[in-house]
Design a binder for this molecule. Structure first.
Ligand code: GLN
Length: 198
């Protein structure tokens, strides 16, 4: 049986839901996965793949910097970022906080908090390249520019809300919504890509 070591950044945000979605995806994929709750730079070293959960992107950045993880995260070959995690992956951020930094791994521009405030959060059925699903948007960003190498995986009307990019031997997946609350489809897709790109 093939195996993967998958980290979930566990300093802040919706960690448990991602672990549950990974476990559900694994049942369908018939692979063995070791899940690592990533809290230190050392935890990053054995990973085949990393999931960066939603939460708050500047808080995530600061906690990662405090732990000396920020630059080391860039070495992980396969990364899936949801919501704040997608912001962390983006090369450019509109409405960034003062001094906000990202990993600058994916050739996209994201508009932070583009759907309004926390109480304007919503849930809706969206069409994606992976099928229709119920998607939860919590103070979500929009993807406002994608580079040539980026493939769009979902839109909300005209707005881009999920994409992927392959760069050399690396693979990145970003969603503005939170697939981990409603489905394991994106996790399954990510794990399959990670298996290929080890
Ligand atoms: N608005 C948040 C940020 O800028 C992201 C929200 C989320 O991850 N649900 O980081």
């Amino acid at each position: 049986m093939q195996s993967l070591t998958v980290g979930v950044l566990a300093l802040h945000g919706d960690v448990r839901e991602h672990v549950e979605a990974i476990n559900e995806a694994v049942v369908n994929l018939k692979i063995s996965v070791i899940v690592v709750l990533v809290r230190t730079a050392g935890d990053l070293e054995t990973l085949d793949a990393l999931i960066i959960p939603g939460g708050e992107s500047t808080t995530l950045q600061k906690l990662c910097e405090r732990e000396g993880m920020f630059q080391k995260m860039k070495k992980v070959k396969n990364i899936f970022g949801t919501c704040a995690g997608a912001i962390l992956l983006a090369k450019e951020v509109l409405h960034a906080s003062e001094g906000q930094k990202t990993l600058e791994l994916v050739d996209i521009e994201v508009d932070r908090n583009a759907y309004g405030r926390q109480n304007e959060s919503f849930e809706k059925v969206i069409k994606t390249e992976l099928g229709s699903m119920n998607a939860v948007f919590i103070r979500a960003p929009k993807i406002t520019r994608v580079g040539k190498g980026v493939k769009v995986l979902a839109r909300n009307g005209a707005e881009i809300i999920a994409c992927e990019e392959r760069v050399g031997g690396r693979y990145y997946l970003a969603t503005c919504f939170h697939p981990e609350y409603t489905s394991s489809t994106f996790h399954k897709y990510f794990l399959k890509e990670a298996l290929r790109k080890r």
